[in-house]
Structures are given as structure tokens and as C-alpha cells.
Write a protein that binds this ligand. Sequence first.
Ligand SMILES: Nc1ncnc2c1ncn2[C@@H]1O[C@H](COP(=O)(O)OP(=O)(O)OP(=O)(O)O)[C@@H](O)[C@H]1O
Length: 398
Amino acid sequence: MGVEVSVEGLTKSFGVQKIWQDVSLTLPSGEVSALLGPSGTGKSVFLKSLIGLLRPEEGKIFVDGTDILQCSSRELYEIRKLFGVLFQDGALFGSMNLYDNVAFPLREHTKKSESDIRAIVMEKLELTGLIGAEDKLPGEISGGMRKRAGLARALVLDPEIILVDEPDSGLDPVRTTYISQTLIDINAEIDATILIVSHNINLARTVPDNIGMLFRRQLVMFGPREVLLTSDEPVVKQFLNGTMIGPIGMSEEKDEAQMAHEQALVDAGHHAGGVDDVEGIVPQMKATPGTPVRQAVGRRQERVRQIMHTLPHSAQVAIQESLDSTDPGQQTPAYAGNQAYENPGHENPGHEIPGHGNPGYDNPGYDNPGYDNAGYDNSGYETGYSDQGRGPAQGRGQ
Ligand SMILES: Nc1ncnc2c1ncn2[C@@H]1O[C@H](COP(=O)(O)OP(=O)(O)OP(=O)(O)O)[C@@H](O)[C@H]1O
């Protein structure tokens, strides 16, 4: 089973630019989680921090119990082998064909024979629908194929944790669904812990077991999908419906006057954009028939049963409905009603949802008017980690 990744009090800045602060969450082992947030909120920075490519200045990052911000570089090297990472552009080596790109981590990190390597590479190319394209260079194929090749490469060392940065970027909706299905199937096959970074609403609604959201330098929430998909938190609601009405604006910051102006336009009949408010929860994507049973489903059901009484009423109802529909044969405790839920404002430090983000998210008085990138002082990774000997987690190509 994949390992747990847990962060506590994580804060990251570039120069004077604070990206996010005091982020705490736990990616439950073997489950699929998604981190959402508008552009520029630091989702990719978070992902890179989890494998030690960027170094937050405060906090802890526990991977399978080891704090990677404290461990030796030798330990970090070993821990990185647990990860498979799909970067946004696939991060393929431009001068190698797809076969060699996918074989690269096996040649670098194992002593396998070329015939064993061939068997693994062809299996992963088949899984990602790339059989027949082995001899192509990354520059000769579409963005979607590059992405799938990046995924194939991320999988060859049988990672226990898979990080996926915007699997949908540059892909049409159908291909996005295919890649989502592939991720769910991989989770069923190898039970890896998966974190997907995305701003795709469809993916967010249908793929992950758990969802988190970054906004204005805070982790607004993190918890079981039912909590965010039924949330009345304005920023979560706005994001999941993709409308202009709400705290998220074109630039990162949006003031009261602009919000009032936009609301007045909508009241006068202007379309706020986005989809209609989706009430309730759309069913979660299932593993393709024929793949092994996705173990995460049972574990997650057990986990949410235990924390159910701590969740908002609407989330309890949604969870109960999903338990009833996915697991009719099993006894499930009736949801506790909303009396046990004492935290409508998500402001109670005693809120018990494990990994339920930063409960103190209440940051209307953010203080950084212009979206100012003056602190952008490091175009490379902070570790100075070179391309030499990069594994699948570290590959960086053209
Ligand atoms: N190595 C770096 N050095 C300095 N600043 C950086 C570095 N990497 C990212 N940033 C800054 O951190 C902020 C967050 O970037 P990041 O790419 O994590 O956002 P994101 O939420 O993933 O956005 P998107 O959804 O558009 O990909 C941006 O302002 C970016 O310019």
C-alpha cells in the first residue's frame, strides 16, 4: 500500500513573496487526493516541496514517517525513490525517444537486464496507450501523448506515491477523462497514494477521494470529497462552479467594491459564467471493470465513518448516501445529524477532520494588493539538484 504523506505548519516564500503559510494536511495512504486552487496559488510549489525540490522555510513534511526537511541528503535520495511524478509538460528528455525516456529511471536506479526493462517499459506504454509510439521523439508527438509518456515514466519504478501536476493541462475533455480513468485504475492496481494538482472542476468533482483548496496563501480546506463538494465556503463554492461571483477575481486579489459591482451586473441579468450551481455530489469515478478492487474505497469508507460525526450536516448526508449506494450490504451507522457538528465556520481549532486543512482560514484582510512577482528570484529548483541521475521523480527535459 502507498505511504502516508503528512505536512505540518508548512510555509513557503520566494524572497518577499509568501506563497502559502501554515499549511497542514495528511494525504491518506493509498487514497487519491486533489489539491485545487486558482492559478498562482502555489499548487505546483506545494507538489515540488513534497519531493524536496523546493524547500519550505517552516514546517515539517513527513513521508512514511521521515521528515524530509530534516533528513540527510542520502535519506532524501532514498525517499525520492518512493515517488513517481508527472510534471505539467511531461518533463521528457527531448533527445530521447519515448522508449528510452520511459526506460531511463530503470537504467539509472536498477540493475535490471535490458529484457526485463523492455517488459516493464512495454507494459507501461500499453497502460498509457502509447504502443506504437516508442520510437518517436517528444517533439514529434502531441501534448497529450507527452503527458501520457510522462505518466508511463512516473510508473516504472512502482512508486508508492504518485504526484501529478495538472494532468488536464493542454488536453481536451475526453483525453482528460481518459487520463483520470488511468489514474483511478493505477490506484486500483498498485494502491499508491496519489496527489493530483489541478484546476479542472470536472476532475475535482469526479476523481479524488479527498480534496484540498489553496487560496490567498492559505489552505482553505482539506478533507473527504463530500465535505468540499457540499461546502458553503464562498471560495470553494465559486471555484467548483467556475463563476465570477465570489472572492476569486481575475487577479489574485478582489475587493468588496468589485464583488458588489459584479453582483449588481448579475442581478441585472448578466451571466456570471460557469456551470449552473451543482447541488449534491456527482458519483465518483470507479476503476475499470476487470481491474483489481480499489482498496482505497473500503479504507476511506471506514475512515469517514469514524469522523462522520465531526463533519458538516450536508457532508454527512452526502457521505451516507454514497455509503448506501456503493456499499448496500454493509451496516453503516446513521449519520449523527448536525448536532455533533460544532464548526460551521471551519474556525474551530478542535475540528477533528484529519488533515482538514487550516481551520483558521479567515483572511479577508490580506495585505498584498498588486500581484507582484518581485520575489521571483529562483528560476531553478532551490536544491540545485542537477539533471544528472534524475529518477522519474526528478526528470526534467526540454
Ligand atoms: N522557483 C521559483 N522561484 C520563485 N518563484 C516561484 C518559483 N516557482 C514558483 N514561483 C512563484 O510561486 C507562485 C506560485 O506558483 P505555482 O506554479 O505553484 O502556482 P500554481 O497554483 O501551480 O499555478 P497554475 O495553476 O497556474 O499552474 C507564482 O507566483 C510563481 O511565480
